[in-house]
Write a protein that binds this ligand. Structure first.
Ligand SMILES: O=C(CO)[C@H](O)[C@H](O)COP(=O)(O)O
Length: 227
């Protein structure tokens, strides 16, 4: 196992150790969250009863291979703990997510969760949002040209995400604009401005949602907790 995978596994193991029998567990997306799904699958195999709520089609398929009982039709109003990854986080535990394109379902699952535990490897450290990752904004295809123009007026350089020569399409059939805002000085204000643009479905800033960030670091983990 390479060092980064070991760090992801350490963070995922620490997060999964917080899952107790009969919990409803939100299942995040991305390579780190997938390790957590695999570890949860082992718990289920050993007899622990949990119910998972997947945040993407990819995660649903993975969880099914481990026979994790799932709720897939609609997100329940109360999820005990969600374990997910992130592309960036700041010292206030605000996040940028959506590198894998699952930000809409991830945010819905997170919004229903009593606890949102984020797991990352040591390449990700607390820094102002936008400093190293472009903010994904999910838009309905019909509106993507006009939304792109408005996002330019807000100070970014949006780029339509592509999958080979076609636009990348999300699980809900939408497009993603990856927006370089450089460092985002006021995430709350920008989040509100973007949410008001007609045609925007969701953006990848998760503000005040994460309760804990577990960072795999070498042979150990360290944690940041919301105050
Ligand atoms: O937000 C996400 C997917 O939409 C992922 O959680 C994020 O991209 C982190 O992925 P990884 O654990 O592979 O670095």
């Amino acid at each position: 196992m390479d060092n980064i995978t070991r760090e992801k596994t350490l963070a995922a193991t620490a997060a999964v150790s917080r899952i107790k029998p009969n919990m409803i567990v939100g299942l995040g997306s991305g390579s780190t969250a997938e390790i957590a799904v695999q570890l949860l699958g082992e718990k289920v195999k050993n007899g622990m009863q949990i119910t998972g709520v997947p945040s993407s089609v990819t995660t649903k398929k993975l969880a099914q291979t481990f026979d994790i009982p799932l709720i897939t039709d609609a997100v329940p109003a109360k999820i005990d703990i969600t374990i997910d990854g992130a592309d960036e986080f700041d010292e206030n535990l605000n996040l940028i997510k959506g590198g894998g394109g699952a930000l809409l379902h991830e945010k819905i699952v997170a919004s229903a969760s009593r606890e949102l535990i984020i797991i990352v490897d040591s390449r990700k450290t607390a820094r102002p949002l936008g400093s190293s990752f472009h903010l994904p904004v999910e838009v309905i295809p019909y509106a993507h040209v006009i939304v792109e123009q408005t996002l330019c007026q807000l100070g970014s350089t949006p780029k339509l995400r592509r999958n080979n020569d076609k636009p990348f399409v999300t699980d809900e059939g939408n497009y993603i604009l990856d927006c370089n805002f450089n460092t985002i000085a006021n995430p709350q204000k920008l989040a509100s401005d973007i949410s008001q643009i007609p045609g925007v479905v969701e953006h990848g800033m998760f503000i005040g949602m994460a309760t804990r960030i577990i960072i795999g670091s070498g042979e150990t983990t360290r944690e940041l907790q919301a105050t």
